[in-house]
Design a protein around this ligand. Structure first.
Ligand code: AMP
Ligand code: MG
Length: 330
């Protein structure tokens, strides 16, 4: 199969609709990462997403809809706090999990009685969702466990020959996946951290909890238990306060002839003074936006990536650290 990367215009939107209605998958840009989308009503199409990605079949997908879409067609029990949050943050990088009405394919939620819904703010994503006029089930458009894609080229690198169309909406500005928020209880619970932080949510609705997955426990957000986001090279992660050891390890590995690169933010790069650096940028939004691109760059040039955690660990950095820890897990 020939994989096309096309700018978003009338012609490519028409082609994307033809593919989606025909039961195929299309890669689409969002403000977080690129997604691999299929018609959420079509079980075969949804199942093919799992096959193409090699995604475990107990890790549910998020349904993406246009900002005009009436989500009460898909889910029941929308609590008052969810309406407030929708007003404050949507369209945007916040996915909300509700009780499902069971009208989309049961493959989307892997048999769970809940449904995760997201309204992306990316202009190209909105155009696509309006044009196809269907709820689109879409996980990140990467081979399962590999680094998530933040450009059309990243998607191409993983799926060349395996999918027909990548809609090119430029580089994703957000850079890490949406915050996933359980809205089925009295109080919202963050299942996956992202750019909409727990504090931002609590500011709107008063209280917000955070779910911590413990190994072996039954996961309410099944995606959290998997290794993820990993580059195809060796990685080591050091906390910020172990910067000195990280630099020592870098020097030692260099002496051993290993192609080693530091992955760190701009301030750490200056302190470390190492030659080979994958620089994540200066502030937390840059760090989130650059994380996956630098990891993908790293796997091309390095045999070993030594990552150093940013000094700040709250806010958006909760989401960044979650990705970094999984990317560097063994
Ligand atoms: P990805 O599509 O790769 O961004 O992953 C989607 C994330 O949303 C995973 O962490 C899933 O576990 C989570 N998710 C999707 N649907 C649900 C659901 N119904 N309940 C809880 N978590 C969900
Ligand atoms: Mg993913």
């Amino acid at each position: 199969m020939n994989t096309q990367i096309l700018e978003i215009n009338e012609q490519s939107l028409a082609l994307s609709k033809q593919i989606i209605v025909g039961g195929g998958v299309v890669a689409i840009p969002t403000e977080t990462v690129y997604g691999l989308g299929a018609n959420a009503f079509d079980t075969q199409a949804v199942d093919s997403i799992f096959k193409i990605k090699g995604r475990p079949n107990d890790n549910p997908l998020i349904v993406h809809v246009h900002s005009d879409y009436d989500i009460s067609m898909l889910v029941s029990e929308i609590p008052e706090y969810a309406k407030l949050l929708a007003k404050a943050f949507l369209p945007g990088p916040l996915t909300m999990v509700y009780k499902s009405k069971g009208v989309v394919s049961s493959s989307v939620s892997c048999g769970l009685d809940t449904l995760a819904i997201r309204i992306p703010s990316h202009e190209g994503a909105q155009k696509f969702l309006k044009y196809v006029g269907l709820p689109i089930a879409a996980p990140s458009a990467n081979i399962s466990k590999h680094v998530s894609p933040t450009s059309a080229q990243h998607v191409f690198d993983d799926f060349n020959g395996k999918i027909q169309l990548i809609l090119d909406g430029g580089r994703c500005k957000g850079g890490i996946e949406s915050t996933v928020l359980d809205c089925t209880g009295k109080v919202p619970v963050v299942l996956r951290s992202g750019l909409i932080t727990r504090d931002m949510i609590a500011q709107v609705v008063g209280e917000c909890r955070e779910y911590v997955y413990k190994d072996g426990a039954l996961a309410i957000s099944p995606g959290m238990k998997y290794k993820h986001y990993s580059p195809n090279c060796r990685t080591i992660l050091f906390s910020y306060d172990r910067l000195e050891q990280a630099v020592q390890t870098y020097r030692q590995e260099c002496q051993n002839g290993v192609k080693v690169f530091l992955l760190c933010d701009d301030s750490v790069a200056k302190l470390a003074g190492c030659e080979n650096v994958l620089n994540l940028g200066a502030d937390e939004n840059q760090i989130a936006a650059n994380l996956y691109a630098r990891l993908r760059e790293g796997e091309r040039v390095a045999e070993l990536i030594i990552a150093i955690a940013p000094q700040k660990t709250d806010g958006v950095m909760v989401g960044v650290m979650n990705r970094l820890c999984k990317a560097c897990a063994n």
